[in-house]
Design a binder for this molecule. Structure first.
Ligand SMILES: NC(=O)c1ccc[n+]([C@@H]2O[C@H](COP(=O)([O-])OP(=O)(O)OC[C@H]3O[C@@H](n4cnc5c(N)ncnc54)[C@H](OP(=O)(O)O)[C@@H]3O)[C@@H](O)[C@H]2O)c1
Length: 283
């Protein structure tokens, strides 16, 4: 266990059962933080907690839907009682849903036809309830924990918040309008909250991961044989480092942004960790 700015402090990680934030939670615990793991599926949180405890760290899994403000407040009370007041909040919960994704990359007159091919989903067919779900998890699912845990941080006059944006925050990818709109909002909200909470001694930053394979994107980017789908090839064509990211390649950026000593004058930024994707025009 290292001595670091995280030693003996409480970190709350939402989406901690997932691909990227399980790695974040394990790293913060390795550096001495007591880590609360939030997500809806207790079993996946318990798996991460077991790994942390086996390595000698402290972890508390708490099942919680981050778009349910009352549930997040209950989670905060449990975390504060068991681990102490939150010092670091990492808002990793987020993602997309198939029903909020178009099958078309651009308008086709065929989507207006009564006899269009089964399974065709253009913009005009999108289910607004699913669209709303995706916007809510990626926006309110960040805002609510900032409100609940941020209030506690503000009362203590310290803290550091890290939000998860995306390449979609800068320019929307085709097919994912709800996710893109929501992740653009995350960057904007990160700036807004950084300005608002500066007098409270709280810094607010973000990371924007490029393409890291997770359970959902695996089906979109990779063939069953492990090759690249057409979309996967497209991503690779725009990624100068010519590979997908590994979760542990986010950890330097995450830990640095959270660190009050090394990044104490950094607030309101979102740092891309993307293998060069944003820099590349693809031409
Ligand atoms: N992987 C990438 O390439 C990539 C790229 C850009 C941005 N991101 C963003 O980075 C973050 C982490 O991504 P990831 O790849 O690790 O995704 P992931 O493996 O799907 O993990 C996301 C986690 O969020 C949790 N979650 C979803 N909805 C929730 C809710 N309403 N309340 C509480 N927890 C919820 C999920 O757990 P439950 O379903 O059990 O609740 C899941 O464990 C996300 O915000 C994602 O949008 C990822």
């Amino acid at each position: 266990m290292n001595s670091s700015c995280f030693s003996g402090k409480t970190a709350v990680v939402t989406g901690a059962g997932g691909t990227l934030c399980s790695a974040v939670a394990k790293e913060l615990a390795r550096q001495g933080a007591r880590v609360a793991l939030l997500g809806r599926t207790l079993a996946s949180l318990e798996g991460v907690a077991a790994e942390i405890r086996t390595a000698g760290g402290t972890a508390l899994p708490v099942a919680c839907d981050v778009v349910d403000a009352a549930a997040v407040e209950r989670a905060r009370a449990t975390v504060t009682r068991e681990l102490g007041a939150c010092h670091f909040l990492i808002n990793g919960a987020g993602g997309n849903q198939p029903d909020a994704v178009t099958t078309l990359t651009e308008f086709s007159p065929s989507e207006l036809a009564a006899d269009k091919p089964a399974g065709t989903r253009g913009f005009f067919d999108l289910n607004l309830a699913r669209f709303d779900d995706v916007v809510r998890i990626n926006t309110l699912g960040t805002v609510i924990p900032c409100q609940v845990f941020g209030r506690e941080m503000a009362a203590l006059g310290r803290g550091s918040i890290l939000n998860f944006a995306s390449m979609n925050s800068y320019r929307p990818l085709t097919r994912v309008p709800a996710y893109a709109m929501a992740k653009a909002g995350v960057v904007n909200f990160t700036q807004w909250l950084a300005v608002y909470l500066a007098p409270a001694g709280i810094r607010v930053n973000g990371v924007a991961p490029g393409f890291f394979v997770n359970e959902r994107s695996k089906k979109i980017l990779l063939t069953p044989e492990g090759g690249l789908t057409a979309r996967g090839q497209n991503v690779m064509g725009h990624t100068p480092l010519k590979r997908f990211g590994e979760a542990n390649e986010l950890l330097g950026a995450v830990c640095w942004l959270l660190d009050d000593d090394r990044a104490g004058f950094v607030t309101g930024v979102t740092l891309p960790v993307d293998g060069g994707f944003l820099a590349s025009s693809g031409i």
